[in-house]
Each structure stands twice: as C-alpha cells, then as structure tokens.
Ligand binder design. Sequence first.
Ligand code: ATP
Ligand code: ZN
Length: 738
Amino acid sequence: MDHFSRNGTSSTPSSTTRVVDVLVPVAIDQAYSYRVPRGMEVAPGDLVTVPLGPREVIAVVWAENPAPDPRLHNRLKDIGEKLDLPPLKDELRTLVDWVANYTLSARGMVMRMSLRMGEQLGPERVRPGVRLTGAPPQRMTPARQRLIAVLSDGLLHGKSDAAKEAGVSAGVVDGLVDERTLTVEPMPRPPPPPPPDPDFAVPDFSRSQRTAVDAMRALASNGTFHVALLDGVTGSGKTEVYFEAVAETIRRGKQALILMPEIVLTGQFRDRFAARFGERPLEWHSELTPRTRARNWAAIAAGEGQVVVGARSALFLPYADLGLIIVDEEHDQAYKQDEGTHYHARDMAVVRAHIAKIPIVLASATPSVESEVNARKGRYQRVALTSRFGGQHMPQIEVIDLRREGPPRGRFISPRLAGEVRAAIERREQALLFLNRRGYAPLTLCRACGHRFACTICDAWLVDHRFRQRLVCHHCGFSMPRPHQCPHCAAEETLVAVGPGVERLQEEAAALFPDARTLVLSSDLVTSIETMRSELNDIAEGRVDIIIGTQLVAKGHHFPRLNLVGVIDADLGLGNGDPRAAERTFQLLNQVIGRTGREQGHGVGYLQTHQPEHPVMRALVASDREAFYASEIEARERSGYPPFGRLASLIISAGDRPTAESFARRLAAIAPIDERIQVLGPAEAPLAVIKGRYRFRLLVKSARGVDLSGYLREWLAAGPKTKGNLKLEIDVDPQSFL
Ligand SMILES: Nc1ncnc2c1ncn2[C@@H]1O[C@H](COP(=O)(O)OP(=O)(O)OP(=O)(O)O)[C@@H](O)[C@H]1O
Ligand SMILES: [Zn+2]
C-alpha cells in the first residue's frame, strides 16, 4: 500500500483534500479516484502518473470528483506526478467516451490509443554523444582503432551510432571514456520539421477539377463541421484536389490528418505530398520505430506536426489544433479494426469531426453504400470528379467467359488474356494479373486417397506457400514443411495443388512469357515496408513487365506504363454469404482496373468470370455505376441491412464446442424483447474453429434509429458472466461475418 505520495506530503485526509477521477490505460471502463497532493495543480485532461497495483502508470485526469465517497477516503492513493505534456483536450476525451460507449469497449483501452499504446511518454530522452578529446588511449586494440577512426572528424557522434558504425560494443566506447580519450556530451535535439508550404507548387487545375477545388477550399476555410464526399473516378486527381483543403487548413495555422487504409501507401504518398508542399508530412502507423513514434507524438501534441498521414490509429492522437480530416479510399474495409476495440475509423472520423466542429472529406472512386446514401439524401455534400485528369479515357472493361473460353486444365490464364498480355509486353507496356489469393494453391490433396491438408486447430485448409516451402494456415499462422508423402495413406509424390494463388500464377506467367520480368506482390512476401516501397518503385519506373498481385496492388498506385489488368477470378469474393460481397467485389475490381491507362489513356481490364450476367460484372462492363448503386441500395433497403438498418454481432468462443454453444444459447434466451430488434442465432460461425477455439455467432439486427449499443449493454449486463477461457467479442457495425 502506498501511503505516501511521491513528493512526501502526508496522505491524511482533510476537508481540503481534492479528489479527481483518473482514467488508466488498461481494460477498465471506469475512472478511478485519486487524491491530488497539496501544491499540485491538475485539471481534466492532464497527463499524470498514478500507482496502479504494484505499478506506476501514465494516466489521464478525466473529471473532477467534488463529492468522493467518504468510505474511500482512507484508501485513496495520491497522484504521483503531473507530466510536462499538453493536456488531452475536451474534444478528444469526448471522443474516447463516445467510442467506448458505442463499441462497448473499456474506456481505458480506447484512451490508450491516444497515449500511443502506453509506451514511455514524456519529452524525448536526451541521447548521449561522444567526441575525441585528443588524449591518446592507454593501449590500442583493433576495436579501439576502428572506433577512433569513425570519430576522427572530431565531431560529436551519437554514442550508439558510433559503436554500431565501428562494429564495437558499448563497452569499448565506455572504456575510452574512462580513459578520457572520449568525452560524453548530450546530442542536440533535431529541430522540429519545417512546416509544409501551402503555396509551394500549386498545380494548374483543369476546368472540371476547378469546381471541386473551390468546394474544398470553401469547406476548409469555413472550418465548421461539414462532410464532403469527394467522389471522383480513378485517376481524376482526387489527391490533388483534396490537397487544396489541406493547403487552406495549413494557411489557417491548423493541423490536418489524412487517413489511409494501407501503410504501404504512405511512402509514395509522402513523396507526392512533398512535391506539392515542399516538405513531407509526419507519418503515423504501427511500423514506426519507438523513437520516431515518440518524436511524432510529441510534435503532434505540440502542434509542430502540421500534417499527419496515418493509418486508422492516427485518429486518436492528441492533435493540438486539428482543423481537417481526410479519409482517403473511404470505402476500404481495412478501416475497420477487428480486434480489441472493434471500431470503424471512417465512421469514428466523422464523429471526431462532429465533436471538434471541423470539416471532413471522404474520398473514393467507389463510395461505400453508406456514404453514397448519405450523399443522395443530402446529409453529405457530393463533390464529383467525373473524368480523368489530362483527358485520359477511363479503362474499357471486357468479360472473358470461363465457361466458353477458359484456360486448359490446371492453368488459370485464358488463351485470350495470354494473347493480350503478350501484345502489351511487345508494345513495351506493363500488365497486371490480379488474384486476391496469397500463396501457391489454396488446397493440397492426395491423389491416391483424397486426403486434404487442413489446419489442426482451425476450420481451414492449409495454403501451399512454395516460396517458403511450407503449408500455412491463414487464420492462426500454423505452418509445416511441405511433405512428400501423404500422412494418411503413405503414398509418395501423390500430393497435388488445387486452385491458384499468386505464386502459382507467376509460375504460369513465367512459362507463357519466358522473356518477361515478373514480380509478385503479396502481403506475405513483404519482408519490410522498405522492400515493398522499393518494389513499387521498380514497377513505377518500368523495371517490371508483368505484375502479379493480391489486393495490395489494387489500391492507390500510379504506374504510368500499366495499361492492362487481367482479373484471374472475378467471382472470388462473391460467393461467401457476406451481405457486402457485391459491393466489395465492385469496389475492388473497379479499383484494380483503375490502375490502367492512367497516363497513356488506353487502359483495358479483362474479367475472367463464370457469371458474366452477374449485376456486378454487368455494371463494370457497362461502366454503369449508377445502376450498380441503385440495385444495391434497393436490395439493402428491402432487407433492412445497413445503412437502412443496424447490425451488431456477438462472437462467443471457447476451447470446446459445448461450452461456447451453451453460453451462446443462454445469452440468446435472455435477450430483452424489443419489437424493433431481432436476435438471430446462435449459429456456428462460418469459420467454426480458429486457433483451437470453437466459435458461435449471434447477429443482432435493428431498425435504423435504434440505440443498439444501449440495448446490448443492458442485455449483456443481465447475461451470464464469461468465465474461464470463454470469450465474448462485441462487434457493432460488423464488416466481417466469418
Ligand atoms: N491538376 C493537375 N495537374 C497536374 N497533375 C495532375 C492534376 N490532377 C491530377 N494530376 C495527376 O494525375 C494523376 C492521377 O491523380 P490522382 O492520383 O490524384 O487520382 P485519384 O483520383 O486519386 O486516383 P485513384 O482513385 O485512382 O487513386 C496523378 O499522377 C496526378 O499527379
Ligand atoms: Zn490454423
């Protein structure tokens, strides 16, 4: 028990003791009461340290507590210290409360995202540097010699950098410091990044872009809450156009946040930003080094980082003065976080903009049905770009009917597609073969006995990954060496790969086009963001003829010489029982084909499909997106699916099937009766077992205006408690139905 505060004030309660409620960054919803030591000034939003069990944690003062429970008085602990950091603004605390309430997650966990995942905060630590004094060492060793050579310029070098460069241990450096051959001095802090210049390189806008540019500037200079849907065909210049809203925000001295669905996109993007604004924006995503993370966090909180480009977690940062949010590729599924706090970053971005009373721009070539409906109803302002920049034609889309002109058995590239690819290479252009499937083959079976290789702890086939020579489970990561013998019937060399993955496609492409340079882009082959970025550069600069890729290549890239996309299996996403399957397929195919013809204007997309009459294929071929949205909106309205109704799922999992099932049944049985709400299930999840956990799902469906979160909270409070290894996950507005 900690009866003394850090600064030694006695903890005897008195009538003047001030108590505040402090939110700690752990899985707890409630704020805890702490005493404010005499002489300390704190206000809601301040960052403080508090004792929590045996630990000291960084936490945030959430509210005054004018009437603390008198029974608690003797047990209250003192705040440790107040940190010298800007407080979390009202606006951000309101957002945290809002998101926690809406998603039914612990407030502590939501707030933790603002504190950059609970890592060490505070001013950047001063790094030690070393420099030569001129005094010779008492004795010379090869290691010392190397170190002295590195430092021979007489300048101050970072201590660990110098050791690394010389290939010596820290002990070698310390030894020379002890002998006074080196002195230690603090490294100067790097200066804050220079601000982006809104007038650095303003492009000439085309006539059709100008209306959109005016709308962007007006929205940013009004500076009030307002949602614009920047709805522009692929290659229309959405980025250039929304940069004008960013420029206006910079001129007003405020910060802008640009959210992106994929962090690999931020590399090319930051260069593009620098071409427009003279400086690169700050980056925020999970791959940053701890030091960059700390520095960027501090710059954002101090208002020095004026523009931030980041993944969804950047939404929760403590901006000093946020003036604009852009959500690029707003329809992208990657904005939904499906673990921990299940939140949709696009939707929560609109919430943040609303709370902070600032404008927000949602950009897409294929808006989500939700945003499309909001624009049609006038809740969002539609800002449209209907043609490509530079007068380039939109890609032409053709169907290849696999029932009539399919490839030979065991092959996946139809003769017609192969002919077109060959012609493209001969014209010295690039071709992209798109298949949204990692690995070599999705299934391996034994020709002799029919045995299929499945994961032992998931309800899933093992995917053959030839590059790695392993069979891999895509759900739990389990892998095993590719065997040569069937474990079931012991036959040798009888195992066959069934179906294609990108690796197999590359094999086929290499056989068909032996002189072409091929490159596979797939998330599992990406060893680092850096290699990924350099591969993307290779493509952009024309060192690749045939790109073979998963959805990683569909998004946002601009490859000047790419004029042909072949979609190997256009039907892949359609048959999975997901209510958004048609929408997703339409968006993905539109986006990937939108990579073609961006500079030379004669892009073509080929859809290999078994169902050319499907509404998605028909809308793509006719480039009739209105027809697609009209039929999709009508279908959603009819069935009461979002945005015309609301959904939430409850996923119950346990180490054995009966435990999970009986809990799910008991929970369903006590669901409060409400005629506006339907509880469906429990049903075994389509992915019935993941990592050895058996899964059941309940789907809750309600009318649009219903407070579904409130309903769930009331229901679950009265429900059975999760014990042992039983787990209940709540997913409001689910995107995944697996
Ligand atoms: N006004 C302009 N002046 C010069 N270049 C422009 C202009 N507008 C757009 N461009 C160029 O046109 C290309 C396409 O623009 P951009 O990438 O912004 O389109 P987009 O609508 O975001 O495309 P997508 O949705 O397909 O990713 C880019 O190379 C961009 O630099
Ligand atoms: Zn598995």
